[in-house]
Each structure stands twice: as C-alpha cells, then as structure tokens.
Design a protein around this ligand. Structure first.
Ligand SMILES: [Zn+2]
Length: 278
C-alpha cells in the first residue's frame, strides 16, 4: 500500500488492478525499438497498464479521484482488456467502505477512469458510492454523447448517465474548486476537456495529471499515446506542466503506471527523470 502525507492531508493510492493495453497504441509514433527498452510486451504485444486511483483524506472529506475499470465491462471488452475489478478490495484494505466516500472526481469519462462509479443492482446501474457527490467535466459528457467513430468504445453511458439522472453527479464546465484544497483544471491533449486534479495543503501540492502523462515511461513530451486526440497539445501541455511541477516539487500521480504510481519529476542535465517519495 502506497501512503503518504501532503501537508494536513493523507494520500493513499488504491489500484483497480492492471489491464492490457497494446504497446503500439500506448506509445503512439514511438518506434518499438525505443519503447521496448523501457517495458517488455507479451507475445501479443500487450502491456500491463495500471489503474491507479487516489484517495485523499482531508480530515473533513474522503475524496476518491478516478474509479478504474469497474466490474460492468461487456464481454467483448473483457476479452480485450481483462477485468481486474480490485478497487473496492483495495479501498477496504485502506480502511474505507463505499459509504465513507464523500466526493468522487472523474478526470474524464473514458471507461478505464469511471468504471466503478456504478454497479449493477437488479439490472440497473446505481451508485457504487451511495453518499458521494460525483464530479466530471461537462465537455467530456457532451463528447461522449456524440458517440464518434473514433472513440465511442471508450464512452459507456452506464458509468455516468444514471448518476446524472439521479442528481448525484455534477457536470462542470472548466476549472473549479471541488472542496477546500481540492481543485480541478482543464489540461487538454488526451481529450479536449480532461481535468488534472490538484491537491494542496500547507504549501504542498500533488497533481493527478491523469492521461496527460499516463506513466513515467511517457515523460518525454513527444511520447504521446495513439489514444490522444490532440498530440500537439499533449506536447505543449507536458512542457507547461514541467515548468511548474519540477521547480515547485509537485507530487505527480501517474494513472496508468503499473510500477511507479507517484513520483516527483526531475530534470537532470536536460533529461527528464523521476524520484518516488521516500
Ligand atoms: Zn486512461
């Protein structure tokens, strides 16, 4: 279990397990001869990618950032990705029951980021976290509605529409403070409206940068994923991120890194690297 303090807050990483991603899709235009020096794929060119959620205990609220893949994937997608579904077990190990979660934040509405938002009960998708207020970017929901040829497979409405209908999920356009010390900012590139989540307490900052920098393998600004809708914006926004995250020592959370879920990013002799917290 990864746990640390950030000012007055306690941060705990809770994983939904790992899922398969195709190495080519994960590393976009980067040649396999380069990325395979960092990670070795299986015989079908698949990698194990992480599903790292972050639990923030502010003292007042229990905030859960991202909810992994969940347990509702259709069979076709289970064949492709597998269905780890470990988040609730790992929350329990961290001492938290679903009823204890006050706030859930989804950085975007791809299926691998909001799957545990809901579970099926008697055939209907209902809130997994019954006492939580859920938050997501409004533009993400609008994009999901379009069901475009390019990415409709990623937008599965049972993950969010029942919560919107019940009034439990609030869609927000742009940046916002969700709770004292917890705020969201739009960082485009992976999608148009994806949020990064900032956690700030007593002068310290952590950032759940989500799919803008999905793993420590993707630190190089040009190593965008093939999934990214706006790779040129990924490039610019990673640079913009490093310009503050490095000098200000933000603890960065990597949503899909199976080994290094969080670290401080460093630049040593013009090379980007990282140092996990001790
Ligand atoms: Zn993702």
């Amino acid at each position: 279990m990864h746990r640390t303090t950030l000012g007055d807050f306690e941060l705990t990483l809770v994983s939904d397990g790992t899922y398969f991603l195709d190495g080519g899709a994960f590393f976009g235009v980067v040649p396999k001869t380069l990325w395979s020096k960092k990670v070795t794929p299986d015989e079908q060119n698949r990698l194990d990618a992480g599903l790292n959620s972050l639990l923030v205990r502010t003292g007042d609220k229990n905030v859960l950032i991202e909810t992994g893949i969940g347990n509702k994937l259709p069979d076709r997608l289970v064949q492709i990705f597998k269905q780890p579904a470990k988040l609730l077990d790992n929350l329990q190990a961290a001492g938290v029951a679903p009823e204890d979660i006050d706030i859930v934040i989804n950085t975007h509405l791809h299926f691998d980021h909001c799957g545990w938002n809901t579970i099926y009960k008697n055939g209907a998708a209902v809130a997994t976290f019954p006492n939580a207020k859920y938050f997501a970017p409004e533009g993400e929901w609008r994009h999901g509605l379009l069901q475009t040829e390019r990415d409709r497979v990623s937008y599965l409405s049972p993950n969010y529409d029942p919560l919107i209908q019940s009034g439990q999920m609030r869609l927000i356009d742009g940046n916002a403070e969700i709770a004292p010390g917890i705020s969201v900012e739009v960082w485009p590139g992976h999608t148009r409206n994806m949020w990064a989540v900032f956690i700030r307490s007593a002068g310290k900052t952590a950032c759940y940068i989500s799919d803008l920098i999905p793993t420590t393998w993707h630190l190089d600004p040009v190593w965008a994923m093939a999934y990214d809708l706006f790779p040129l914006e990924v490039l610019d926004n990673r640079k913009r991120y490093y310009a503050r995250a490095i000098p200000e020592q933000w603890l960065t959370i990597f949503t899909h890194d199976p080994n290094i879920p969080w670290a401080y990013i460093e630049r040593i002799e013009n090379r980007l690297s990282f140092k996990p917290p001790v």
